[in-house]
Design a protein around this ligand. Sequence first.
Ligand SMILES: *Cc1c(COP(=O)(O)O)cnc(C)c1O
Length: 374
Amino acid sequence: MESSKNLPIFVTQPFLPPLDEFIPYLQQIWASKKLTNSGPFHQQLEAALCGLFGVKHISLFSNGTVGLVTALQSLRITGEVITTPYSFVATSHALLWNGIKPVFVDVAPGSLNLNPAKIEAAITPRTTAILPVHCYGQPCDVNSIQKIADNYNLKVIYDAAHAFGVQDEGGSVVRHGDLSVLSFHATKVFNTFEGGAIVCPDMKTKERIDHLKNFGFVDEATVVAPGINGKMSEVNAAFGLLQLKYIDDVFAKRQVIDTAYRAQLANVKGIHLLQGTGEKVANHAYFPIFVQPQYPLSRDELYQKLKDHGIHARRYFYPLISDFPMYRELASAQHGNLPVAAEAAARVLCLPIYPTLEHNDVQRIIDLVAGISR
Ligand SMILES: *Cc1c(COP(=O)(O)O)cnc(C)c1O
């Protein structure tokens, strides 16, 4: 056990299936010489994910960020878009890459997702869409958001980068909104090294997105839009197919860790846990804790203390997106407009959670966090 104490523990580790199981996929790619441009593995992964999510149309991408940029273009979103400051910076960057002005709206205290009660006041004649995030894989209040979108004739694009495998009563959460965008980055619950996808409501939208991710090509001699190169390669798609074989095991192992953390941290003085937003199936992508004033250490002191013990927890999401230089001058970026998000950015620490994190290491993390409060 001594040796494991010296190995650094990160907030997440990518899940890697046995290497020898990947070789046959590579052999097929070598034999076919089909490396990219919607090859057989690309098509198989799109079909497999449609089956898993219970949706009809998915377009795979080289990464989630190009997926977000393309999703906004495919719906011709312009002007202003309402979004959350409490996310990974790619959410808002996708707006800037389209020349769209982000309008930040505060999150709700229970979920840290965009607060529907605060959205209407931020709508102007230039508003064309809402870009919420299912933060930590906890579903947004999709019904309230859709109601506002319907009233004001706005599109809804979900950043579902955290929400792979998450289900509400009606099925996978990625079915909501006009489009949902996933990330398959190495740090996510399901990864293709780099990768992403857009869930589309109909074939026409998927075709437009498929054109946009391939330079705007419709056929050999026809280009209909100034598209980007957002295609997923065959190697990434093949890795995704292999990874899918293990996904149930990945969720099960994450759940065991989540349960252990919850059981032993729920009653620690000064540590507050998120309760979930009523999801039927969670993915346990993250384990955020709130370090409250009653705890003997500040959030940053606890972060450092864990680091001194080789445990690299992460302050997701600190700083707020709205505090970065390209956003902070916006009127909506001021902390007075975003009190709940600002408080969360100062208090939240995400503890390590990943399938190969061993029980004794989970217990060591719990003992450290709980021990300080005793
Ligand atoms: C990871 C992430 C992205 C970006 O996805 P990439 O595949 O890394 O480009 C976007 N939004 C959120 C909320 C994320 O966590």
